[in-house]
Design a protein around this ligand. Structure first.
Ligand code: ADP
Ligand code: MG
Length: 330
């Protein structure tokens, strides 16, 4: 049997099972955006790690080293934000082919450097043929602000912090060589190479008790929402009409003949926050978020009782009989 037969999530599940008995009481181990280690009665440490492998996660031809540095940090901070936590430190592992330009590294580190996020260590090695970047991020949080995937409740509304699909469309633009002097294409490529950061939004949502469950969307809504639903033992109903999509996405879909909705549902790497909120508080939450961040929240459906993990995709109030998949490795 090969890893490709087991699949990414099958492999993670078998690791989780093998190590589960070693996880101390009160800790959160494998399964959420970050692990949670209690510090004392009031606060916890959250820890996440993401790998970026050349040829899998990035190509040197598609991104500047500065953008890659920025994104390597951003994808990790996104997992810290998804817990409602505040980032406190990062560690960087780098495997570099010996012929990598020193100037490339300089630029990478410029993009990786962010005010308030100290780099406290890491590891550097040679690599035979490709760049591998491994980032570990740590954050802290007051225990009552912690947002897990497992705490959604039937009746909660489901919302995201930004339109979906731009990053996947940006990748398509790069791969297909759409002319990037077009403003829409440039916008989508920028969303792919420099995803927005929702660190402040994560902290803000973390402090709101009416927000019940949260994660970040890294593999596409169709793949990521079921993680919240399975962990919480619920199902969901999502309305296609309410899936937020940017104008550049809609316009380039028309121009290049691709389906914007499947890009928004199944495309990965948006790194927006996906959360559930009690229905009676949703309008007030939307209003105060908009006042604070000068940006909207997008409600796209609700949590319902039903088979854990199942999503009813609705259009014009009718259930759509489709099996959507997001990105998985292998
Ligand atoms: P995310 O997209 O939020 O980074 P992933 O889908 O990559 O999360 O991983 C899901 C969960 O599995 C996380 O809790 C992560 O820490 C854990 N995980 C992934 N790979 C491994 C591994 N090789 N060993 C232990 N835990 C892992
Ligand atoms: Mg995540």
């Amino acid at each position: 049997m090969k890893i490709s037969d087991i699949g990414e999530f099958g492999l993670i599940a078998s690791v989780e099972e093998r190590f589960r008995a070693l996880v101390p009481e009160g800790y959160e181990g494998i399964g959420d955006d970050c692990a949670v280690l209690p510090l004392n009665g009031q606060r916890s440490l959250v820890v996440t790690k993401d790998l970026l492998v050349e040829g899998v996660h990035f190509r040197r031809a598609y991104t500047t080293p500065r953008q890659l540095g920025y994104k390597s940090l951003a994808v990790n901070l996104s997992d810290i934000a998804a817990m409602g936590a505040t980032p406190s430190a990062i560690f960087l592992g780098l495997a570099l082919p010996a012929d990598t330009d020193a100037a490339w590294c300089d630029e990478f580190f410029e993009g990786f450097r962010s005010p308030g996020i100290p780099l406290l260590g890491g590891d550097t090695t040679a690599s035979p043929d490709r760049i591998v970047i491994s980032v570990t991020a740590l954050g802290t949080i007051r225990n009552e602000h912690l947002k897990l995937r497992s705490t959604a409740r039937p009746g909660d509304l489901i919302a995201v912090t930004a339109p979906l699909g731009d990053s996947a469309a940006g990748l398509r633009a790069l791969a297909a060589g759409w002319p990037s002097d077009d403003a829409d294409t440039a916008y989508l490529i920028e969303r792919h190479n420099q995803p927005y950061s929702f660190v402040s939004a994560g902290e803000w949502l973390g402090a709101r008790p009416e927000v019940h469950a949260m994660m970040d969307v890294s593999d596409g809504l169709a793949s990521d929402l079921p993680h919240i639903l399975r962990a919480s033992g619920c199902a969901a109903r999502i309305r296609f009409e309410d899936i937020p999509m940017s104008e550049p996405l809609a316009r380039t879909a028309g121009c290049y003949g691709y389906d914007a909705l499947s890009m928004a549902l199944c495309g990965g790497e948006d790194y927006v926050l996906l959360f559930t909120v009690s229905p009676e508080s949703a309008v007030e939450l939307q209003k105060s978020y908009e006042e604070y961040f000068d940006a909207p929240l997008f409600v796209l459906g609700e949590v319902i009782d039903g088979p854990p993990g199942q999503v009813e995709w609705m259009m014009d109030s009718k259930i759509q009989n489709i099996d959507l998949k997001g990105f998985t490795h292998f």
